[in-house]
Each structure stands twice: as C-alpha cells, then as structure tokens.
Design a protein around this ligand. Structure first.
Ligand code: NDP
Length: 368
C-alpha cells in the first residue's frame, strides 16, 4: 500500500513540476517549450499506420510525466481524440492549462478560406479544448478528399488562419512546409507574420538559408522528423546512419546516445525538435537533453552532415503549383487536377513550377 502511494506521489510530483524544456518567445509575444512530442504514427510498408485506440494517449501521458509541455498533432494523424483525452486528464488534474502548448495542423482538404474555422472547430471537438495555443497550416497546397488538386492560393488559406486567430480559437498561427518564397509572399501582402514555421529538420537536411530567413524575421522554427532517415532500414540511401562512428564517438563523449545528440544539436541551432515516440523509455530519454551543451567543434562536425537529403519529399504532389520543395525527375504523379469553384476562392492560378525563376516571380506578383 505504502509503495503504491509512494509511486503515485512521484508521478503526481512529475506532472505538477514545470516543464523540462526552456521556453522560446514567439513573435506574437507568447512563449512555448523548445521541444514537442510528435504524434504521427507514421507509415509501414503497407501504408499509413492506423491508431488502435490508446497508444498515443498513453504516449502523451508519459510525455507529460517526463516533462514535455508541448504536443504536436494534426487532423490527418487521426489521433487528436487520444491527444485530447491525455491533455484533458493532465490539465484538469494539475491545472496545467497555461503551461501546455497543443499544436494541431489544418489538413489540405480545408484550404478554402471559409473552411479553415470549421476545420479548426472539428479539431477542437476532437481535442476537447475551447482553443489551441498554436494552429499550423500543414501544407501550402490544397487537395480535395478524392485526391484531386484544390488550387486555392495558400495566402487565401492563411487569411482563414487569421480569421481563426481573430475568433480566439487559436492563440498563435503558423505554417508548415512553406519555402522561403512563400514566407516572403505572406510578408509582401502584409498579412500576419507566421509565428512558427514547421519544416523537416535533421542533420541530413539542415536548411541554413531558411533558418537564417526565419531568424531575421523572428519566425520560430519547429523541426519535424528530427532523426531523419538515420534509423530507417528501408532508407538505405540515407547519407548518414545512426551508427556512424563520428556520431557514436561524440555521443559517448557526452555520456548520451546519438538520438540525444541529434535533438540537442537541433535545439542549439535554434530549432524546436519534435521527436515522436510511443515508447516510454525513448520519450524520457528524448527530453533528457537540457543538461549539457555541445562544443563548437562538435557543432562544426554535425554541420558537415548536411546533404540536403529530404526524408519526406511528398513527391506525389510535385506537380501541384504550390509544391514547396525541390523536384525529382523520375517520380510518377498521381493527382488529377480540379479547380475549386466555390465562392471562397478568390484566386486561381495556373500550373507552374515553383522552382522556375519565372514562376517564383509570378507567385510574388499575385494580388489577393
Ligand atoms: P522522428 O524523427 O520523430 O522518428 C520517429 C521514429 O523514431 C519512431 O519510429 C520512433 O519509434 C523512433 N524513436 C523515437 N525516439 C527514439 C529513440 N530515442 N531511440 C530510438 N528510436 C526512437 O519522425 P517523425 O516523422 O514521426 O517526425 C516527428 C513528428 O513530427 C511527427 O510525429 C509529427 O508530429 C511531426 N511531423 C510533421 C510533419 C509536417 O508535415 N508538418 C511531417 C512529419 C512529421 P517508437 O515510436 O516506436 O518509439
């Protein structure tokens, strides 16, 4: 009996403690923790892994216990209900509402300006929250539920995000998978500057130019897939693997494992990493990175691992005009093109290649 009470009191103490990660100040004055738990269950060889009902809920509870106060999620991950149950449990029991940042993302099938607020309301219902702290546009490109393309301009969708913020349904708003041209376009139209840009970030893909732009404009960067393809045996083409001798040697020097070195490096580069795990021990070790600092020389070594290698290029969307990344030539495209015709569409653009200089100029010139 005493042992049970003792264990419970340790758990209660851990939940009630302030979060383990330092906070970063956003450009809208709010703060948020410098590490977040990811909740995308990922893909297996047969496609998207479907949640079975409680694994994410359990992971989020472990995360709170470990000291995370920031949970990244999305409509498209199909786990918002689980995240919501765990957040509610902890927030209600330990009065943590003002400490916890919940960050869901708008899916591509709700890109009409008028669709954004209803989509957020649907997420809020899943999350059992009245508002979220940060809402992100998941991708700059729209796609209808049947897979055909929606060409609603991302600035139009962004206006919908601003509407959601004006309604206090979200405290902060940001974008994900935008490139520099797209961020510049938001600026050029004098719309609200995104508080956050969420992008893939790991040692294979360090994107120094985009980071510098965000630093210059005070946009905080969240880094998804912080382990890149380093641990994925299906990705033999990854330029670096987790057992790389330079990485294992460096980890041993700090008394950490390689995953912790990768996460610490992200934090020191000003990137908020979003490690996903549903394994208790890993959830705890991934946040155990705030008790050491990398030496400059080690950061120089890690910098050299950058190969511009993208783990999640989403090449299936590469013929969408708002596909944000560099293109690869030999990949079949899947979507048929449909232009949204509903009244909320102010701007329809013709197909083009964002990587073409001329197309970049056209995007910037669009008046919305
Ligand atoms: P991660 O780089 O976080 O890798 C997740 C994998 O690493 C899982 O298989 C996990 O296994 C394993 N893992 C986690 N920690 C450790 C550890 N310490 N040691 C060994 N293995 C470990 O990849 P994700 O692609 O999931 O990205 C993270 C999050 O970023 C997502 O969950 C999502 O929230 C967000 N994201 C956003 C995107 C966007 O477009 N905005 C795109 C992709 C991701 P296990 O769970 O079994 O422990």
């Amino acid at each position: 009996m005493y042992i049970i009470v003792f264990i419970l009191s340790i758990i209660v103490f851990a939940y009630a403690e302030p979060g383990k990660a330092p906070l970063v100040q956003l450009n809208d004055g709010r703060t948020m923790p410098t590490i977040a738990l990811g909740t995308w269950l990922g893909n297996s060889t047969t496609g998207r892994i479907t949640p079975v009902g409680y694994e994410t809920e359990q992971a989020v509870l472990w995360a709170f216990e470990a000291g995370y106060r920031h949970i990244d999620t999305a409509w498209s991950y199909h786990v918002e209900d689980q995240v919501g149950r765990a957040v509610k449990t902890v927030v209600d029991a330990y009065n943590l509402l003002h400490e916890v940042t919940t960050t869901p993302k708008l899916w591509n099938d709700a890109h009409a300006r008028s669709a954004v607020v209803p989509a957020l309301r649907a997420s809020l219902a899943q999350l059992k929250l009245n508002y979220v702290d940060l809402y992100l546009m998941h991708w700059p490109l729209g796609q209808f539920a049947n897979g055909s393309y929606d060409y609603t301009h991302y600035l139009e969708t962004w206006r919908g995000m601003m509407d959601a913020q004006a309604l206090n349904l979200t405290r902060s708003i940001g974008v994900s998978n935008f490139n520099k041209v797209m961020l510049e376009n938001v600026r050029a139209h004098q719309l609200t500057e995104p508080a956050v840009l969420q992008i893939e970030w790991n040692i294979n893909l360090q994107q120094p130019g985009l980071l510098a732009y965000c630093r210059q404009h005070n946009i905080s960067v969240m880094g998804y897939t912080p382990f890149g393809a380093l641990m994925d045996k299906r990705r033999a083409d990854s330029p670096t693997h987790i057992d790389d001798p330079q990485l294992t040697k460096m980890a041993a020097k700090y008394g950490k494992n390689v995953q912790q070195i990768l996460l610490r490096y992200a934090v020191e580069m000003g990137v908020i990493p979003i490690p996903k795990s549903i394994t208790s021990s890993r959830i705890f070790e991934n946040i155990d990175i705030f008790d050491f600092q990398l030496e400059d020389n080690d950061k120089r070594i890690l910098r050299k691992f950058d190969r511009g290698y993208r783990t999640i290029p989403q090449l299936k969307w590469r013929d969408h005009p708002f596909y944000p990344f560099e293109k690869k030539a030999d990949y079949p495209t899947t979507s048929t093109s449909t232009v949204r015709t509903d009244a909320s569409t102010q701007q329809v653009i013709s197909k083009g290649d964002l990587n073409d200089k001329s197309a970049k100029m056209n995007f910037r010139d669009i008046k919305i």
